[in-house]
Design a protein around this ligand. Structure first.
Ligand SMILES: [Zn+2]
Length: 479
């Protein structure tokens, strides 16, 4: 029997405002526990919430960028549940009148565009943090009351890969809007997933499980794949999937049952009596629309048109990297004097990304001044150093902060293109490898590359391989 997974995602994005959503407490990360609290966010009786204007503006901005209809009339509701890190015993959220709804985000799967519908995006307050340590549980309310935007998709996603693409595209857009850092490690972007399985083309949805505790986009993808396999196995064995919340355990690579899933009715939503409903005028929406900067898709298109990049390269540099990385790439393209920027793109996607990955960093955080990287690229392009040497110089530039020219000078790394100084090594390589010489003469081109390799070894990688190849060919063809 062929099954199809049906996935919906709920993403919580912490908005980057200076103060909390309903009080004036600071939102700065990493401060002394419980140092950023007041009667409002601690839920003292008689304290009154006041909506943060910037949080509202940011929410509208995201709504517009995600092609949503921003609602003219919106209100807040109380969502009741008891958690030790939510001192009011309810959360101010939005129930039936979210700030925006009915949007979409297009993602690319293979070479096809797939539209993921966005059901709603609503503003709410965050809960605090519990720390379980040395047999005691501690609570930190600094995060309590920070603004969260919850973005909910329709169940339009049909594979873990699509979920991954959607999250990547969403994060990129929000980073470009500069309304959140979207850093999963710091918890400024969190994702829960609803997943069910149904027979392909069936109209009815299967019973869904909600997945929690995924700490990276990769974890979301892995947890979904595990859950698809688990649910299919249950159905194949004639068992049923139960509606529940499941916890992803990164170590074991499995999901575990946490609790049965609450229904909306369990939360006893009712309108927040301490906040009036809000009217968002068309003028206000237009005013915010004007502040939306160039978004990733547009930038990618511009990279193709202005800098002559291939679509694939532009996608990798814009959609798959952070905004700061794309800013860095753009800085290089502007400074690079040749019209065709392909080689710079190759460097960024190849060696520079590899160096960044091995240090668990973004390209922009390697702190290589753009002009220094361009100098290195120029050394390689003009054949003054080999490609291999260039890679090791890059590593040293990152570690020492020195420029390419000073490293090349210090270590005497300049490539040898001068034929006279290569003569001796070439003669030796020919003498020492008669079999390869014979093989080349009987038409085996690979044998020539082996001989080039031998000369490179003798010169400790400093010979210009093109020159060596030319010299060897000439020499052997004349024998
Ligand atoms: Zn407060």
């Amino acid at each position: 029997m062929i099954y199809e997974p049906v996935i919906g995602l709920e993403v919580h994005v912490q908005l980057k405002t200076k103060s909390k959503v309903f009080c004036g407490c600071s939102t700065e990360f990493g401060q002394e526990p419980n140092s950023q609290v007041c009667p409002v966010c601690l839920g003292f009786p008689g304290s009154l919430p006041v909506l943060n204007k910037v949080a509202l503006d940011y929410s509208i901005k995201v709504g517009i960028a995600l092609n949503c209809r921003v609602q003219e009339f919106t209100k807040f509701d109380r969502k009741h549940y008891y958690y030790p890190d939510l001192p009011k015993n309810f959360q101010i959220s939005q129930y039936d009148l979210p700030i925006s709804k009915n949007g979409f985000l297009d993602i690319e799967i293979g070479s096809k565009i797939k539209r993921i519908s966005i059901r709603r995006a609503h503003l709410e307050e965050d809960a605090g943090k519990l720390i379980h340590k040395d047999g005691v549980s501690l609570v930190d309310y600094n995060r309590t009351g920070q603004p969260l935007l919850e973005i909910v998709t329709e169940p339009d996603i049909n594979s873990p890969e699509e979920a991954y693409e959607y999250l990547t595209a969403l994060k990129s857009i929000i980073q470009y809007l500069e309304v959140s850092d979207c850093d999963m490690e710091k918890g400024t972007l969190r994702c829960d997933a609803n997943i069910s399985i149904r027979r392909k083309a069936a109209k009815e949805l299967g019973t869904k499980a909600e997945l929690k505790n995924m700490n990276s986009f990769k974890a979301v993808r892995d947890a979904l794949q595990f859950e698809i396999d688990r649910q299919i196995e249950l159905l194949n064995n004639g068992e049923t999937v139960i509606q529940e919340t499941r916890f992803w355990d990164e170590k074991s690579g499995k999901t575990f049952s946490m609790r049965s899933k609450e229904e909306a009715k369990d939360y006893r939503y009712f309108p927040e009596p301490d906040l009036p409903p809000f009217v968002i005028t068309q003028d206000k929406i237009e005013e915010i629309r004007k502040t939306i900067p160039e978004l990733p898709k547009e930038r990618m298109q511009r990279f193709i048109e202005d800098y002559g990049l291939m679509e694939y390269d532009a996608k990798v540099l814009v959609l798959n990297k952070s905004k700061r990385d794309a800013d860095y790439a753009e800085q290089l393209f502007r400074l690079y004097s040749k019209k065709d920027k392909k080689n710079v793109a190759n460097w960024l996607i190849g060696s520079v990304t590899a160096s960044a990955n091995s240090r668990n960093k973004n390209i922009a955080d390697l702190n290589i001044p753009a002009k220094n990287l361009l100098e290195l690229i120029d050394f390689e392009e003009t054949g003054q150093i080999s490609n291999l040497t260039a890679k090791s110089v890059l590593e040293e530039m990152i570690d020492s902060g020195k420029s390419a020219s000073s490293i090349i000078k210090e270590k005497n790394l300049s490539q040898v293109s001068d034929e006279a100084s290569l003569e001796k090594d070439i003669e030796e390589a020919i003498k020492e490898n008669p079999k390869s010489v014979q093989a080349f003469k009987t038409g085996k081109e690979n044998a020539l590359m082996f001989l080039v390799g031998q000369v490179m070894k003798k010169t400790k990688g400093k010979a210009n391989p093109k020159v060596v190849q030319e010299m060897l060919k000439r020499r052997l063809n004349n024998e």
